[in-house]
Design a protein around this ligand. Structure first.
Ligand code: PLP
Length: 442
């Protein structure tokens, strides 16, 4: 298997040897040409955005932590100059652009980027059920869904999901809060604190001795046998994808408030940690629809789980797994520990993604420590992968090649770089301390 793949795709040799890589997407084309090839209309983003606005009064009621934002779940963005200086010192480069941190690590309710897709998916399902049964009308105030009568109604239904962590938290917490029966199927490597937290919120957690794909498979099976059960499919869910995509317009508003304009002379670079692809893919799709050719998006994966890289580089998408290349899929970035990428997402990224970057695990803890020390911000190891995108764009031949190819060289003074911090605020203090003292060998 491995030899066959490598003889056909020799550029994956380095990847199969677990060496860090920067794969530039050879298929990227101007946005106006790419858009028609993507099997989705941007009106779908409008629809998702409107739905989240309609649900805001309900969210505000059910999750009082969202009171200050009136039920809109959105994260802060922050310029991180001290971190930028540290990275420049460390890797001996000088970036003339600005470095910002998009803190989805601090999103309400779920403490990770999964608050975007996961919560949207549950809300959409709740709406569909209530509308089908004539219990909710288009122009109703959706906050009525917090009433006991609706909770009793949702209590007749089940939502199930397979997860190693953050998706389970997001789906589990939201479903339980609306009154659904929710079952989170968790693999052996899922963290104990996540199971505890889920149970404390009223979710059912089923534990497996086996790995993640087994948990998903069992979860799906259990759900398929039950007509009152809905399975959240991380790999193929358009709802998750659309929930993520809404991030882009909100980001644009935030940047405007900071007097940051993105246009032909002011390019935007965005670095996103990638697991199965849904979160970074949805956000990228949204960003391209807003900024078109003025935004350049890169995914970042661990060297031990480069699933999206191999899926896109071969065009095989979900027909190839990292195991097919002899890669074990084991990484300290538990949110990114995915062996097989989403085909739905990979196909949509084919003509708009800049590339995929991989990094060694030991770097995750370094980035985590520097961010803690320099900026007093705590994010989880998976989220730290994004820093490698910025470093590699600025320091590698591939990065320089991309800048040259896209005629960006004389615009880099005006560039804005966004590191997308995808999770961290729910990590218990004690575990966070352990992370901060973890040092892996190179
Ligand atoms: C899930 C997750 C990602 C990646 O999202 P995918 O949809 O799996 O690609 C990145 N970072 C964190 C912290 C996550 O939990």
């Amino acid at each position: 298997m491995k030899e066959e793949i490598l003889s056909k795709y020799p550029n994956l040799k380095k990847v199969s040897e677990l060496k860090e890589a920067f794969w530039l997407n050879p298929k990227i084309i101007p946005y106006e040409e790419a858009a028609p090839a993507i099997n989705l209309n941007t009106a779908a983003i409008d629809d998702a955005e409107k739905r989240l606005e309609k649900f805001a009064p309900l969210i505000e009621k059910v999750f009082p932590e969202t009171l200050p934002s009136h039920g809109i779940i959105e994260s802060p963005i922050k310029e991180i100059n001290k971190m930028k200086n540290k990275l420049q010192e460390l890797y001996d480069f000088n970036s003339s652009g600005r470095l910002l941190l998009k803190m989805d690590s601090h999103l309400a309710i779920a403490g990770s980027v999964k608050a975007r897709g996961g919560i949207y998916e549950v809300l959409k399902y709740a709406e569909t059920l209530a509308r089908e049964k004539g219990l909710l009308k288009e122009d109703d105030d959706y906050s009525i869904l917090a009433e006991q009568k609706y909770r009793d109604f949702f209590g007749k239904y089940k939502i199930q999901v397979g997860s190693t962590g953050n998706l389970g938290l997001s789906i589990g917490i939201t479903s339980a809060a609306l009154g659904f029966n929710v079952i989170v199927h968790m693999s052996a490597d899922a963290k104990q604190w996540k199971k505890d937290l889920l149970r404390s919120k009223g979710a059912n957690v089923v534990e497996y001795d086996s790995d993640f794909s087994k948990a998903v498979e069992e979860g799906r099976k259990a759900s398929d046998q039950d007509p009152m059960s809905y399975f959240v499919d991380d790999e193929n869910s358009m709802n998750l994808f659309l929930g993520y995509s809404v991030a882009a317009r909100r980001l644009d508003k935030q940047l405007n408030k900071m007097n940051i304009i993105i246009d032909q002379d002011h390019p935007l670079f965005v670095y996103l940690p990638c697991g199965v692809g849904g979160a970074p893919g949805g956000i990228t799709y949204g960003l391209k629809s807003v900024y078109k050719d003025n935004v350049h998006c890169f995914f970042v994966e661990p060297t031990h789980a480069p699933s999206m890289l191999i899926g896109m580089a071969t065009g095989l998408h979900n027909d190839i797994s990292v195991q097919d290349l002899g890669i074990d899929g084991k990484t300290h970035a538990d949110g990114l520990a995915v062996g097989r990428p989403s085909k739905l997402v990979g196909k949509m990224m084919d003509y708009i993604l800049g590339g995929v970057i991989t990094l060694d695990d030991y770097k995750l803890y370094g980035y985590m420590r520097y961010l803690h020390e320099r900026e007093n911000i705590n994010i989880e190891p998976s989220a730290c992968a994004a820093f490698e995108g910025f470093v590699k764009l600025e320091t590698t031949e591939e990065g320089k090649g991309y800048i040259k190819e896209h005629k960006l060289k004389n615009k880099m003074n005006n560039a804005v770089h966004i590191v997308w911090a995808t999770g961290g605020s729910l990590v218990p203090e004690e575990i966070n301390k352990q992370f901060l003292t973890t040092r892996l060998r190179r």
